[in-house]
Write a protein that binds this ligand. Structure first.
Ligand code: ZN
Ligand code: ZN
Length: 149
Protein backbone atom coordinates (compact mmCIF):
# COMPACT_ATOMS: atom_id res chain seq x y z
CA UNK A 1 0.00 0.00 0.00
CA UNK A 2 2.53 2.58 -1.18
CA UNK A 3 -0.28 4.95 -2.10
CA UNK A 4 -1.52 5.26 1.46
CA UNK A 5 1.89 6.10 2.85
CA UNK A 6 2.78 9.03 0.63
CA UNK A 7 1.74 12.64 1.21
CA UNK A 8 -1.15 13.91 -0.82
CA UNK A 9 -2.42 10.38 -1.35
CA UNK A 10 -6.03 11.25 -0.61
CA UNK A 11 -6.18 13.93 -3.26
CA UNK A 12 -4.45 11.79 -5.87
CA UNK A 13 -6.49 8.70 -5.08
CA UNK A 14 -9.68 10.72 -5.16
CA UNK A 15 -8.84 12.26 -8.51
CA UNK A 16 -7.99 8.89 -10.02
CA UNK A 17 -11.04 7.12 -8.59
CA UNK A 18 -13.52 9.82 -9.50
CA UNK A 19 -12.10 10.04 -13.01
CA UNK A 20 -12.79 6.36 -13.56
CA UNK A 21 -16.27 5.89 -15.02
CA UNK A 22 -16.39 2.40 -13.52
CA UNK A 23 -15.64 3.58 -10.01
CA UNK A 24 -18.35 2.90 -7.48
CA UNK A 25 -18.16 4.28 -4.01
CA UNK A 26 -19.96 1.19 -2.80
CA UNK A 27 -16.99 -1.04 -3.61
CA UNK A 28 -14.79 0.90 -1.19
CA UNK A 29 -17.51 0.90 1.43
CA UNK A 30 -17.67 -2.84 0.94
CA UNK A 31 -13.93 -3.23 1.41
CA UNK A 32 -14.20 -1.35 4.67
CA UNK A 33 -17.03 -3.54 5.81
CA UNK A 34 -19.49 -0.66 5.84
CA UNK A 35 -21.86 -2.14 3.34
CA UNK A 36 -22.53 -5.54 1.90
CA UNK A 37 -23.58 -5.65 -1.74
CA UNK A 38 -26.89 -7.46 -1.94
CA UNK A 39 -25.72 -9.56 -4.90
CA UNK A 40 -22.72 -10.96 -3.02
CA UNK A 41 -24.78 -11.70 0.06
CA UNK A 42 -27.40 -13.51 -2.01
CA UNK A 43 -24.81 -15.55 -3.91
CA UNK A 44 -22.98 -16.81 -0.83
CA UNK A 45 -24.37 -19.83 1.01
CA UNK A 46 -25.72 -18.96 4.45
CA UNK A 47 -23.00 -20.98 6.23
CA UNK A 48 -20.20 -19.11 4.47
CA UNK A 49 -21.69 -15.70 4.93
CA UNK A 50 -18.59 -14.23 6.49
CA UNK A 51 -18.34 -10.50 6.25
CA UNK A 52 -15.17 -9.65 4.37
CA UNK A 53 -13.50 -6.56 5.71
CA UNK A 54 -10.10 -4.96 5.44
CA UNK A 55 -10.07 -4.71 9.21
CA UNK A 56 -9.63 -8.49 9.44
CA UNK A 57 -6.41 -8.23 7.44
CA UNK A 58 -4.40 -6.63 10.21
CA UNK A 59 -1.26 -8.47 9.10
CA UNK A 60 -1.17 -6.41 5.93
CA UNK A 61 -2.88 -3.23 6.95
CA UNK A 62 -2.13 -1.31 10.11
CA UNK A 63 -4.84 0.41 12.13
CA UNK A 64 -3.32 3.70 11.06
CA UNK A 65 -3.68 2.82 7.39
CA UNK A 66 -7.21 1.62 7.94
CA UNK A 67 -8.04 4.95 9.54
CA UNK A 68 -6.60 6.66 6.47
CA UNK A 69 -8.78 4.58 4.16
CA UNK A 70 -11.74 5.44 6.36
CA UNK A 71 -10.86 9.10 6.03
CA UNK A 72 -10.58 8.75 2.28
CA UNK A 73 -14.00 7.13 2.18
CA UNK A 74 -15.67 10.07 3.84
CA UNK A 75 -13.69 12.38 1.58
CA UNK A 76 -14.93 10.43 -1.45
CA UNK A 77 -18.51 10.41 -0.22
CA UNK A 78 -18.39 14.16 0.04
CA UNK A 79 -16.83 14.58 -3.42
CA UNK A 80 -19.38 12.25 -5.02
CA UNK A 81 -22.25 14.08 -3.38
CA UNK A 82 -20.96 17.38 -4.70
CA UNK A 83 -20.42 15.95 -8.18
CA UNK A 84 -23.93 14.50 -8.22
CA UNK A 85 -25.44 17.76 -7.02
CA UNK A 86 -23.76 19.89 -9.68
CA UNK A 87 -24.17 17.61 -12.69
CA UNK A 88 -27.44 15.77 -13.06
CA UNK A 89 -28.05 14.13 -16.41
CA UNK A 90 -31.44 15.09 -17.76
CA UNK A 91 -31.56 12.90 -20.85
CA UNK A 92 -29.46 10.48 -22.87
CA UNK A 93 -28.47 13.28 -25.23
CA UNK A 94 -26.70 15.00 -22.36
CA UNK A 95 -24.56 11.97 -21.58
CA UNK A 96 -20.91 11.87 -22.53
CA UNK A 97 -20.66 10.11 -25.92
CA UNK A 98 -17.43 8.41 -24.81
CA UNK A 99 -18.45 6.70 -21.58
CA UNK A 100 -22.25 7.15 -21.44
CA UNK A 101 -21.80 7.25 -17.68
CA UNK A 102 -21.42 10.94 -16.92
CA UNK A 103 -23.21 14.02 -18.23
CA UNK A 104 -21.36 16.18 -20.74
CA UNK A 105 -19.38 18.67 -18.71
CA UNK A 106 -16.49 19.81 -20.92
CA UNK A 107 -16.22 21.52 -24.28
CA UNK A 108 -12.95 21.45 -26.22
CA UNK A 109 -11.16 24.30 -27.92
CA UNK A 110 -10.98 24.97 -30.79
CA UNK A 111 -13.37 22.34 -32.24
CA UNK A 112 -16.26 22.63 -29.70
CA UNK A 113 -16.71 18.89 -29.40
CA UNK A 114 -17.86 17.71 -25.97
CA UNK A 115 -17.45 14.93 -23.43
CA UNK A 116 -17.45 14.58 -19.68
CA UNK A 117 -14.49 15.92 -17.71
CA UNK A 118 -13.40 12.48 -16.56
CA UNK A 119 -13.02 11.27 -20.15
CA UNK A 120 -11.21 14.31 -21.51
CA UNK A 121 -8.93 14.64 -18.49
CA UNK A 122 -7.92 11.01 -18.76
CA UNK A 123 -7.52 11.29 -22.54
CA UNK A 124 -5.34 14.40 -22.34
CA UNK A 125 -2.82 12.54 -20.20
CA UNK A 126 -1.92 10.46 -23.24
CA UNK A 127 -2.59 12.68 -26.22
CA UNK A 128 -4.09 15.99 -27.23
CA UNK A 129 -6.28 14.93 -30.14
CA UNK A 130 -10.05 15.43 -30.06
CA UNK A 131 -11.92 12.10 -29.79
CA UNK A 132 -14.15 13.01 -32.69
CA UNK A 133 -12.25 15.10 -35.24
CA UNK A 134 -8.60 14.58 -34.17
CA UNK A 135 -8.05 18.33 -33.97
CA UNK A 136 -5.33 19.26 -31.47
CA UNK A 137 -7.09 20.37 -28.30
CA UNK A 138 -5.70 23.65 -27.06
CA UNK A 139 -8.03 24.03 -24.11
CA UNK A 140 -11.00 22.55 -22.29
CA UNK A 141 -13.80 24.75 -20.98
CA UNK A 142 -16.61 23.96 -18.58
CA UNK A 143 -19.79 23.09 -20.43
CA UNK A 144 -23.27 23.51 -19.07
CA UNK A 145 -26.26 22.74 -21.23
CA UNK A 146 -28.06 25.90 -22.31
CA UNK A 147 -31.66 25.90 -21.00
CA UNK A 148 -33.95 24.43 -23.64
CA UNK A 149 -37.00 26.46 -24.56
ZN1 ZN B 1 -17.22 10.43 -20.38
ZN1 ZN C 1 -13.30 17.80 -32.22
Amino acid sequence: MVLLGSPGWAERATAVLLADPCFQLRSIQYLLGHAEPAAMAAAAPATEKRHFSLSTYTEYISAEELAKVDKMLSHLSEESKQAAATTLPTSEEDLCPICYAHPISAIFRPCSHKSCKACINQHLMNNKDCFFCKATITGVDDFTKPPSS
